[in-house]
Design a protein around this ligand. Structure first.
Ligand code: G16
Length: 543
């Protein structure tokens, strides 16, 4: 095999964020840009003989070109085999499953998640390790350090592989296997959930609607919901995968999944309405005229886990990211199992799951998952809900309301201010942090501040410390305001303000979250001066 060593120069902006490197497609299309990053990944790994790399992406614009480059670079960097999804497509949880099931050395996942796709939109790349999970910080930091020094990359002189044809191709001793990951993933789901009960539920007067938002889960939804569970074909919306995600913004929330929201809040709403994002790891759950916050969804799945065959023996523990509401903590206390609080980013759950400390994890950012893979998993979450609805015979709303009655309600909302000029966003953070010394003990309206801090996490498994993970204002009554900058945006900065108030008061439990949180929202504005410092009077997205 003929190898080329191509001279290059470092780019100074290849620092992975919350979930890999995300940039505009145009940035990735610059000569050597993608290659530099891929070589920086390979240079930080000790690739053993006969190693296999899993490669796949969410199918967005530039996915196929990037995969051909990665295959040639993998061949030149010592991998003996690449397993790639048909057409270059793998959902993120399916990629995690493939890495684990076939014991591949690791994987490269190409996705900018829920961000729009197209020539002027976003692209992303991340490395997952042999456990199937996103590389931990020590690896992403090493990749970044390497990217600042790189001066060459290696490429094998191989023809492009036909990604549409299933099967193995051997190229001068190097093998590429194009695989159908849908069946593998659907088989795994079938081992975990009570498919006969769900099938029966669907066949007996209940309806579901699933919106793939023109993104990667379309074929998986077709296989699982329609073919294996017998849902009528019109239960699926936007399940034709397109390189531009149909020109939409495949973020399953109340703003961007408006077509599904209209169905769930319309006449003849289905019993369950659900959506997943660009790469299939996020989920949104709606009942009839009823939205389930991701934090509540995690708590509910934890509370009812024993009804799901995969968790019939109980849970080892649960984990949530710091900004996620404390609803699941209350369930963990009731179940007598540990609950861990980690920084934002699925990569922080990996060690806990590998060590057998947690079974379920979740984040407020529409992510829920379990130790069946090492990524959050959108379709898995939908199946959890289908399984719970089938097992209890209750509606989504009644399940959530009974949960609030039993555990109290963590009224919760996140306000996002997107594409804020970076300097303005940093000014908001600096303004809040500058007051830290004098905030404890202050009372604003009915809220008295107990403590403030910048969240720091020590991994209980390997002792690694992650600082600067979000500013927290903790009130005596148990309410919280958290402010942090997103690590996944590609344009300016996104300020996230997380608001949480706990109540056992049945009247407050009935209220709309924005109304119940109105005073806390005003306190957040006062403390951060966000409207004045950014000129933004309203969030871009409220979830
Ligand atoms: C990624 C991470 C999640 C994180 C989310 C939001 O999700 O995998 O762990 O919660 O971003 O992060 P941030 O608040 O920094 O934007 P995804 O679905 O975009 O890969």
């Amino acid at each position: 095999m003929q190898l080329h060593s191509v001279p290059t120069q470092p780019f100074n902006d290849q620092k992975p964020g919350t979930s890999g490197l995300r940039k505009k497609v145009r940035v990735f299309q610059q000569p050597h840009y993608l290659q530099n990053f891929v070589q920086s990944i390979f240079d930080t790994l000790e690739i053993p003989p006969n190693a296999t790399l899993t490669v796949g992406g969410d199918g967005r614009y530039f996915n196929r070109e990037a995969i051909q480059i990665i295959i040639k670079m993998a061949a030149a960097n010592g991998f003996s085999k690449v397993m790639v999804g048909q057409h270059g497509i793998l959902s993120t949880p399916a990629a995690s499953h493939i890495i684990r099931k076939y014991h591949t050395f690791g994987g490269i996942i190409l996705s900018a998640s829920h961000n729009p796709a197209g020539p002027e939109e976003d692209f992303g790349i991340k490395y997952n390790t042999a456990n199937g999970g996103p590389a931990p910080e020590k690896i992403t930091e090493a990749i970044f350090a390497r990217s600042k020094q790189i001066d060459r990359y290696s490429l094998a002189d191989l023809p492009d592989v036909d990604l549409s044809r299933l099967g193995k191709t051997v190229l001068e001793g190097f093998e590429v296997e194009v695989m159908d990951a849908v069946a593998d993933y659907a088989d795994l789901m079938q081992t975990m959930f009570d498919f006969p009960a769900i099938k029966h539920w669907l066949a007996n007067g209940h309806r579901m609607v699933f919106d793939a938002m023109h993104a990667v889960t379309g074929p998986y939804a077709q296989e699982i919901f329609v073919r294996r569970l017998g849902a009528p074909a019109d239960s699926l919306m936007h399940c034709e995968v397109s390189e531009t995600f149909g020109g939409g913004h495949p973020d399953p929330n109340l703003t961007y999944a408006d077509a599904l929201v209209n169905v769930a809040y319309g006449a003849q709403a289905p019993d369950l309405a659900a959506a997943s994002d660009g790469d299939g790891d996020r989920n949104m759950i709606l009942g009839q005229h009823f939205f389930v916050t991701p934090s509540d969804s995690l708590a509910l799945i934890a509370a009812h886990a024993k009804r799901i065959p995969a968790y019939a023996q109980g849970l080892a523990g649960v984990a949530r990211s710091m900004p996620t509401s404390g609803a699941v903590d209350r369930v963990a206390t009731a179940l007598g199992i540990p609950c861990y609080e980690t920084p934002t980013g699925w990569k922080f759950f990996g060690n806990l799951m590998d060590a057998g400390k947690v079974t379920l994890c979740g984040e407020e950012s529409f992510g829920t998952g379990s130790d069946h893979v090492r990524e959050k998993d959108g379709l898995w979450a939908v199946l959890c809900w289908l399984n719970l609805l089938a097992a209890t015979g209750e509606s989504v709303e009644s399940l959530v309301r009974s949960h609030w009655q039993q555990y109290g309600r963590n009224v919760y909302s996140r306000h996002d201010y997107e594409a804020v000029p970076t300097a303005q966003a940093q000014a908001v953070i600096a303004h809040l942090q500058a007051q830290f010394d004098r905030l404890p003990g202050q009372t604003i309206g009915r809220y008295t501040i107990a403590t403030v801090d910048d969240f720091s996490y020590t991994d209980p498994v390997d002792g690694s410390v992650s600082r600067g993970q979000g500013l927290r204002i903790l009130f005596r009554c148990g309410s919280r305001i958290v402010v942090r900058l997103s690590g996944t945006g590609t344009e300016g900065a996104t300020i996230r303000v997380y608001l949480e108030a706990y109540t056992e008061d049945p009247a407050l439990q009935q209220m709309d979250a924005q109304d119940a949180l109105a005073e806390l929202i005003a306190v957040a504005h006062q403390l951060t001066q966000l409207p004045t410092l950014t000129g933004r009077q309203q969030p871009t997205v409220i979830t």
